[in-house]
Design a protein around this ligand. Structure first.
Ligand code: ZN
Length: 406
């Protein structure tokens, strides 16, 4: 992991209020100086991003690296700062995205057409363009039967599979604050994912260790983006699987199987059978697996899950400032969400302090000799993701890893 990360230059939290008082008070509220610093950096980076986007691929509609991701950033900034200009920007970018939908079989929030449709539905709803919003939701729901049936060997994971479609539905319900998409739709997808997982577990003859199993491109991925941890995170959300009994009988032992893959460092492999302890990304490794662990702790109350999650925090603190840069998917901003998740669950100021240190790193964007990503201004690989995180840190208890956390 040493070859992939830069040395963390920050002193760790020492338990003294003195070490945190420049950043937040005893209630976890950011100081006005630090909040101001974050806000000015958001404005400064936004100007750089806008300029950089002039040379972005005009035909990339996706949330992951295209126009929908930029729209999602502006929607978030509108939430945080309440400035109407941000909503207008979100509207401009999402209409650009809708003009170049993939029209392929990709059905996910991050890499397919349903992300742009879901984001558009929310943007139009906020602009009180009710008819256009409804139309986007109707188009989104039209994918439902195909996703449940899974024609064309649809996988189950987050980036290209059923869970990525499921997230589009949840996004609508969360943002419109109502059960706009009936829970039954979400449960039908969860059931299809469970059936697929039981089938694959039998196929690989691992029923005794893990009643569910999933593969993508002939690999059994472990992390949040393509793998088991991302899938189980959603299956453990209250009500997503209608029969509680299935969560205990199928999901819990499968989560335990992932837990057994932990390296001595506290990190997790990218795939089952890969024993190289190298990657500390949201997409592969502990910064993504932690969401499964924290949800398992909420769902089953077993202390070991929280202990494993805390160990993820230690891994990210040591090896999370990546040479790959400052992005969400495999960068410092995405890794910083590990600390925010731990802070929300434990309220231990140590984790908020660590998130603030990673934010400081991100505010020195470009000064550490990191690599430039392929899409340097995008939401998941580039600067838009870093801005999203800096704005999210302003209200730590409301923060959520975008396009993923419920
Ligand atoms: Zn990644």
């Amino acid at each position: 992991m040493d070859t992939r990360a830069l040395r963390n230059p920050y002193p760790d939290y020492d338990g003294c209020p003195a070490s945190t008082q420049a950043f937040f008070d005893s209630q976890g509220k950011l100081t006005s100086e630090f909040a101001q610093r974050l806000s000015s950096k958001v404005s400064e980076l936004l100007a750089v991003m806008e300029n950089g986007l002039r040379s972005a691929d005009p035909r990339n509609c996706t949330t992951y690296t295209g126009w929908a991701g930029i729209a999602l950033l502006y929607l978030h900034l509108h939430d945080v700062f309440k400035e109407p200009a941000f909503l207008q920007k979100a509207s401009d970018y999402i209409s650009r995205s809708l003009k170049c939908l993939t029209r392929r079989h990709d059905v996910t929030f991050l890499c397919g057409d349903t992300g742009p449709l879901a984001i558009a539905a929310v943007v139009y709803h906020r602009l009180q363009r009710v008819q256009e919003s409804d139309e986007c939701i109707n188009r989104l729901v039209q994918f439902h039967q195909t996703v449940v049936k899974g024609s064309g060997n649809l996988p189950d994971e987050m980036l290209y599979g059923r869970m990525g479609y499921l997230y589009s539905l949840i996004f609508i319900n969360q943002q419109l604050r109502q059960d706009r998409i009936p829970l039954q739709y979400i449960q039908q997808i969860s059931e299809a994912v469970l059936a697929s997982g039981e089938h694959q577990s039998r196929k690989f003859r691992v029923q005794n260790q893990s009643p569910l199993m999933y593969e993508w491109y002939q690999e059994q991925y472990v992390g949040a983006a393509h793998g088991l941890a991302g899938i189980y995170y959603f299956l453990m959300q209250p009500g997503f699987v209608s029969a509680e009994e299935q969560v205990h009988r199928l999901v819990k032992p499968s989560v335990d199987h992932v837990c057994r893959l932990k390296f001595p460092s506290g990190n997790y492999p990218p795939c089952i059978g890969d024993d190289r302890d190298l990657l500390v990304h949201w997409c592969h490794g502990s910064p993504g697996v932690i969401y499964m662990l924290l949800q398992a702790h909420k769902a089953f109350g077993v202390p070991q899950y929280l202990e494993d999650a805390l160990q993820c925090g230690e891994v990210v603190w040591k090896w999370g400032l990546l040479k790959k840069g400052y992005g969400l998917c495999h960068g410092a901003a995405g890794n910083a969400y590990t600390f925010l998740a731990l802070y929300r669950q434990t309220q231990d100021p140590k984790h908020l302090y660590r998130a603030c240190m990673f934010a400081d790193w991100c505010m020195n964007y470009g000064k550490h000799g990191c690599r430039t990503p392929d899409t340097p201004f995008s939401l998941f690989e580039g600067m838009a993701g870093t801005i999203y995180f800096l704005a999210d840190l302003l209200d730590p208890m409301r923060s959520r890893f975008p396009a993923f956390e419920v």
